[in-house]
Structures are given as C-alpha cells and as structure tokens.
Ligand binder design. Sequence first.
Ligand code: ASP
Length: 614
Amino acid sequence: MLIRTHNCGELRDAHVGQTVILGGWVNSYRDHGNLVFIDLRDRYGLTQLVFDKEDGNAALMEQASKLRNEDVIALEGVVRVRKGGPNPKLVTGNVEVVIGRLEVLNKTDNPPFLPDDLSKLSNEELRLTHRYIDLRRPRMQSILATRHKLYQVTRRYFDESGFLEIETPVLYKSTPEGAREFLVPSRNAPGEFYALPQSPQLFKQILMVAGCDRYMQICRCFRDEDPRADRQAEFTQIDLEMSFVRREQVMGVMEGFVRRLWKEMAGYDVPPMQRMGYREAMERFGIDRPDTRYGLEIKDISGLAARTEVGFFKETLAKGADRPAFASTRGVVKAIAVPGGADKLTRKMTDGYTKFVGQFGAGGVAVAKYSAAGVFETGIAKFLEPIRSELVEALGLRPGDSVLFVADTYSICTKAMGELRQQVARDLNILPKPGAEGGPWNFLWVVDFPMFERDKETNRWVAMHHPFTAPIDEQIDAFVRADVSDEDTIAGIVSAGYDIVVNGQEIAGGSIRIHDQSVQSKVFQLLGLTPESAREKFSFLLEALRFGAPPHGGIAFGLDRLVMNFVGTDNIRDVIAFPKTQTGADLMTRAPSPVPDDQLRDVHISIRALPAKS
Ligand code: ASP
C-alpha cells in the first residue's frame, strides 16, 4: 500500500517538481476528454489530481475512469503548477498532482448522500444515520477542530491557575439533583441500581473536603429530561470547584477564563463583565438570563394603571394586593415601549401576541400607538388619557412608538413579558447573529438568586440552583433561624449562586456551597426530605461536612453551548460528534434497543408489558 507523504491541504508552490504520495476520498470526478480531474479530500483539505491521457498510460486511465465519489484511494504523482490557472478557493489551489500510480484502497457503495450534497443536508435524519459521511464535510471537521481547541485552551488555563484534572465516577448513586436520572441495574446487587451523574456536583465537593483545593474536569453529564430542541440527554460540562473562597474569588478566576477563551477562540476582547441582580433582571427583562444586546425593557406601571378605568387592569391589581412586592400571586401591570412600533409592528404581529402570551398563562396583550400628534391611538388609547403624560415619561415614549401592556399576577406577567420582549425582538429582526464573525457578545453575571422557589406542579419548595448552594453570608444566620413555614422569609433568602449569561444564553452556573452540616440539613428539611431519607441519600456528604470541610464553591460551563457560540450554530447536534435526536435516539447505532432475555435476567430485570409503539 502506498503510504502518504503529504496530506490534502499541504501542497504549495514550493512542492512543484516533487514526487508525493497522497491518500483520501474522491470528492469529485470530472472527465474532460483527454484530461480527468479529481478533487481528493481528507481532513486537511482538497487537492486537485490530474490524469493526462496523452501520457499514454492506458491501464492507469482505465483505473481512473472507474473511480466514483467517496472511493478511498492513494496515489503517487508529481506536483506541478496548475495548468488551468490557480483556484483561489483552495489553499492548495496553485498546484495539482499529475498521477503516475494509483491504488484503490476501498471502493465505495453508492453513498446515501455526498458530503457536499447540499440538497440532502437539510435532512438531519439522513445525516445522523450516516454520521461518518456527514462528519467528512469540511464544516463538520472544522467544528470538531474548534471543539478540540476549546478543550486545549480550557486545560491550559486551568492548569496554569493551579487546578487539578480529576475524573469522577460515571456509575454513581441515585441522588435527586433536579432532573430525572438514567438508571443502570446492578448484576451483583440484585434489585439495586446505579445512576448516571447529572453532574459531578457532590464528588467535586468531596474533593474539596479531601484537600484537592482546585479541581477541574471536562465531563459528561446525563439528564433524562423531556425532549427539547436545544438539549441533549448527555452533554459536556467544564466542571470546576475551588476551596477557601467566597463568591468574588470564583467569579474572578472564571471571568479570566471567559476572557481567555473568547480571545483565543474568536480574537474577541471581553470587557469587564457587568453584574446584575436576579430581581433587576426579572424586573427589566422578565427573565434570569437576559439578552442585553437590545433594549425593549419592561416597566412595571401598576401605579399608573391603577388610575385608569381599564377594567382588566383594575381587576388584576386587586389580586393579592396585600402580598409583598414581587409575591408571585400579586397582580401587576407591565408595559414595553417599542420604538417606532407604530409602523414596524404590523397588525398581524400584534394580533398574534395575545395567543403568544397565552402559552405562558397570560390573558392577552393590549396595544396602544403613540401617534405623531402626541396622543394614544387604537385599543385602550382613550382610557390612557388620564395618565398620558406620566406614561409617556415613564416609558420614554416618542411619537411613532407603540406600547404593549400585560396585566396578570406577578409571576405570569413577568414570564409573559420576558417572552414577549424576545418575540418582538425577533419580529423586528434586531438580533445580531452570535458567532465568530457575528458578535458583539454581551456578557453578564447574574447574581443574588432566591435560594428557593415553589415548584409549580407540587407547590413544594425546590432549590433554585441545587440543594448544595449556600445562602449569601449575610443571610446564613437568618436562614438557620427561619421557621420553614414562614413563606415570605424563605422566599426572601438569597443564594450565593451566580450564572454567566451571554446574549441571553446561560453558559455557566455555580455557587458557593454549604460547608456546614447543620445548614445542609436545614435545606434538606425545607425541601421536604425527612432526616432519615436525607441520611439515606446523602450520608456521605453530611458525614464529609462533619470531618473538616473547607469553605468552597465552583461553577460548571456548558461546553456544547460554548462551542455553538464559536462556530455560529443554533443546533446543539452540530457540535457533538455523535448526538442523539430530540427523542433520545442514536440513529446510527439504533440505540436505545431491546436486549436479549438472558441479558435482562443477568441484571434481574423483567419487562412487564411494553406500551404499543406509536
Ligand atoms: N453542578 C452544577 C450544575 O450542573 C454546577 C455547579 O454548581 O457547579 O449545574
């Protein structure tokens, strides 16, 4: 077999006259009568090969004429200046290789699609089923290379910063951290199961108790959640933990990482990152991961709305009026001013908004235009007269703007407005595409989250980050003393958590952890775990906290999302070599799949009845 001397992205003018050996896939084949051209492809690029009939090598010509796309070949030939003139689209475009010897290493069956078959590339199922062909595409190769580079930059930065890379188990104990777990039956312990980790959270905390001081791992996490377009059941995190720190130290090191990453991956200088409190984010943007690249901010106008005769404003404001500000059941009226909206928002768009906010439980959207004449028009315009000048001032309205109002309880109104704001931005097409060339990126730390929120379905308290997150220092005592039935006090406890948000996307989340066993026990109690079940599930953690746990905190970055930013895609499957579909299927290997009975018997499992396949 001919063994290559160069790759397909390597040959330049300097190689002219040399005899070289290349190997690769036939990317295209063009027969021009007495000349046959082949573009040969490998991971490094494309090189043009030529057979010249005038050379009189009939056997070679015969061999060449049988080549088809995606055949794997090796050839020996001489590099010459490209006769047809340079091809500026290829880095090897100045030269071509005149073939003297050819070896067909593997004939290819008629492929289901070709790597540059644009018409079939929109068929993602086909691409995932034959991922080995899809990954041959230069775009996919470059994504894999970007991902590789990101690993290297990450490892280098954290190594320089004194972090140890330590692996934690994938066969783990079932511990509720939020999402549903994947279970693995044990053969040796009948009826018992491992769980795949949702994250190495507790192991990394234990590593701090073990004195490892600074830990990092690029690790796989598993969450058996309901299908969602931008999620994968198995995904990758850059997982970090540090000892003897408070929030500032963790945030400092991580901000340095973000700066290094964007510089090396995209040549972008990240400015000092703004910080925003959770409450401010919710008030101004209706979401805890605001996209701050554009305005369209939300304003609470409940005070003004109370002075109008708009029936549904009044009814809403009467709800929960005795509850504290920001209580989820308190009625509020919020507004978004849309600059130039009078013209830019079409009737079709605004008509659709009521249905749109309905998805989030809100009753509807009222619209008013602020006309060039300085008066409100359409919809509820006439009711706004008594508050006209104050509303204009509060919203900073200019003639030609329009205003969108939603009235509902605090939690519904805030959520609906946060979503509506993003929808308006999409409708007005004011979102620059993120990505290496796109930018600009907008970075934000979001801090001061509530520790707990009520689960919508069960109405139980749940930890907003996870149950191992500490309250902020100032509130630890208040938390320890708090009566768990005191709704308002519990709702007001602020956590020492922090998220990094880029262009409205959460790319990292972490916190200072609880390192005191009694505080941890109190959190478990609040979350409804009896002391026995807390001990049963977390005895190792509670014990470790008793035996010398230093103060510690950390964070995890979603690696797949980071890569998406650098390659400019919205599809998480693009940045994973072998992703699963939205329903968790691996189309190439056909996983998940049934297993033979004896394999089930080994792990002491019997399948009761299978639901009919839909
Ligand atoms: N383990 C957390 C998560 O997966 C991250 C952290 O708190 O460090 O979200």
